[in-house]
Design a protein around this ligand. Structure first.
Ligand code: OOG
Ligand code: MG
Length: 260
């Protein structure tokens, strides 16, 4: 068995992320890869983005819903890093350099105060939340057939690829985020629906959990950062020509046009 070189693996993953080329699982070569080592690989990979003037602008949580944990066969939430180049400035997704993209409906919390520590509570998150946006995340696992183990998906930055926020910001306080009904419509047909409580019973718990997980790695949520809380429904595969409409009942709806 090869000795583990986290730098070399980070370089390889960066290449596959940048070029949208699929790869075999890291755990095929390193079956003993731990989750801690995988987070180290993720950090080194995103350092390469930062060296290319693509700064860290936030965090995402993944696998926060039971349905997603079951379908991906991974039993715990994970976090990933969001950089500036991942944010779409208009609701148009180009898939030319992607492998097998999927879209999922999410909420994004915008944080305006440092959030850190292992004892953070929902009220700390509310006190630091400037606003909540409706959001769509595009995930595109670099692994063949979208199949991976926990360390693999962590090393691949939790499949992060692109995300887009709605135009309207909502006050964190006036909406019961766990009770929001979300329906995904692809090419005029309803394909998925769910409620905000799919995300760890309440989306605020995802930000609490993120802060605790970051704390274990000596990291924090900085003022100004975006936090994607995790998919509310299963992710839906998309290809060029698709039109997605995602309705957040009582709030607004988001469109996404998929192009080559
Ligand atoms: C991992 C990322 C999942 C979410 O919101 O659950 C994720 C994957 O399924 O590829 O972003
Ligand atoms: Mg997601």
């Amino acid at each position: 068995m090869k000795g583990l070189d986290v730098k070399e693996i980070a370089e390889k993953i960066d290449f596959h992320q940048q070029n949208g080329i699929e790869m075999g699982k890291i755990t095929n070569d390193y079956p003993e890869l731990t989750v801690e080592e995988a987070y180290e690989i993720q950090k080194l990979t995103i350092q390469k983005y930062m060296e290319r003037n693509d700064p860290l602008i936030g965090w995402k949580m993944g696998l926060t819903s039971k349905a997603k944990q079951i379908s991906m066969n991974v039993e715990e939430p994970i976090y990933g890093r969001l950089t500036e180049s991942m944010e779409l400035n208009e609701p148009v997704l180009h898939v030319k350099n992607l492998i097998h993209p999927k879209v999922e409906p999410e909420f994004a919390f915008i944080i305006n105060k440092e959030l850190k520590g292992g004892n953070v509570k929902p009220r700390d998150v509310w006190a630091a939340a400037e606003g909540v946006y409706l959001a769509l995340e595009v995930i595109d696992s670099r692994y063949e057939n979208f199949k991976f183990t926990l360390p693999d998906v962590v090393a691949d930055n939790a499949s992060s690829t692109k995300f887009v926020l709605g135009s309207q910001v909502f006050s964190p306080a006036y909406t019961l985020w766990d009770k929001v009904k979300v329906t995904m419509i692809k090419n005029g047909e309803k394909v998925q629906s769910g409620y905000g409580n799919a995300v760890l019973d309440h989306p605020v718990h995802s930000v609490v959990e993120l802060t605790k997980m970051l704390n274990r790695d000596n990291l924090i949520v900085k003022p100004g950062m975006v936090v994607l809380v995790g998919g509310i429904t299963e992710a839906v595969s998309v290809r060029a020509g698709d039109m997605l409409k995602v309705d957040y009942e009582g709030l607004d709806s988001l469109d996404l046009e998929v192009k080559e």
